[in-house]
Design a binder for this molecule. Sequence first.
Ligand code: SF4
Ligand code: SF4
Length: 454
Amino acid sequence: MKDSKNLSRRAFLKRAGAATATALFYSLSPINILADDDDKKNRKDEPVHSDMTYRINRHTHDKVSILGYGMMRLPYKNRQIDQEMVNQEVAYAIEHGVNYFDTSPHYCNSQSEASLGQALKGFPRDKFMVATKLSNFGQEEWSAEASKKMYYNSFKNLGVDVIDYYLLHGIGMGGMKSLNGRFIDNGMLDFLLEERKAGRIRNLGFSYHGEVEVFDYLLSINDKCHWDFVQIEMNYVDWEHAHDLNKRNTDAIYLNGELEKRGIQAVIMEPLLGGRLARLPENLVKKLKAKRPDDSVASWAFRWVGTQPNTLTALSGMTTMEVLKENVKTFSPLDPVTKDEEELLMEVAAIYAGYHTIPCTACKYCMPCPYGVDIPGNFAFYNQGVTDGTLPPLDRSAEDYKEKTAAFIDAYKKAIPADAWATKCMDCRECLSKCPQHIRIPNQMERLMDMLEA
Ligand code: SF4
Ligand code: SF4
């Protein structure tokens, strides 16, 4: 494990195989199906269903669209899920070849599964695959009875008899104690293995969010569990810089490598690092635009995860039709990154890692804050300041200190409602254990407070 973590950039390029291997892989690999004729590659207009790139699941031979629809963030209208919009987006996705839909009983105030079930009504069952999770996070949900209730509810909410992909959710958060309490001691893991045997679950896996000891343990019992897939965080910045950035156990070189060794494909979450790789600082945007002027910066991140041979599907939370259409275009078909592009992305990643942003992915697991603080909103504002260079200087005697601080406070007041400011944080620490990125939330709030109360 240590060796993998310490893989150098050069070693990575060698290992990833870069251009030659990528091109060769895509032309030979049985797990990739590309719509690759020149006509499709040059197509500028609206993609069609057959343009989508698929990967073949090595265990069940499912043909999975490389773009997966993440239902963690749905469109809202008047504080309610905008069901009409969800229906339209899901219909567009299916029409354009997307067939993997990922949800959880926990998402969108527990409304996401039912909303997806509603949107899928009427579509032939072979047009979509649903992925959902055992999200029994609270200790009151750890009993077998409560966990099974959550499991059976998912079938009802989604309107299906069989769940295509079922995950032990949030593995690693809370360490081995939480794993044992949520899945082992209560017999839920054995129960789910039996459910897969009975055919009510087609693929069983887990989503990894935290302490690597737990990840390693679950892989060590692979002979018993035969994991069909594992969901990990992976993007071109976290690939080499996760540890430098935030000391998390999300070294994707290690995680993905361990899965590859065992022939387990990866479902990718956070390909955009919580949306941050779609909002790069201007100097980095220029670098990417110089290479491919017509491409969005987000498409670079998606192409990179799609190019990795072990990726089964890459999840994207597409709340607007505009974003959905752009992502469909990126993967219709996937244009794998070349060796030059790979090198450019690693250069961009190294510069980006130097910005020291807060590694918030806007997952909202820490919410609601009992004192009303909009935790992800505050961190998004701070991160934008880091990358735009608009944060007040640390040196209070700096010439531009007053001017920059005033502008920062002014922009902050416009962006964040007064009852959700960082200054409302009471250091109650309720949010601390909930953050899969292990962010010291109250400490970060204090830093923001310092800037705002300057
Ligand atoms: S520590 Fe601060 S941000 Fe976290 S829950 Fe408590 S008041 Fe909210
Ligand atoms: S602070 Fe942590 S838990 Fe909260 S939204 Fe950000 S990443 Fe998620």
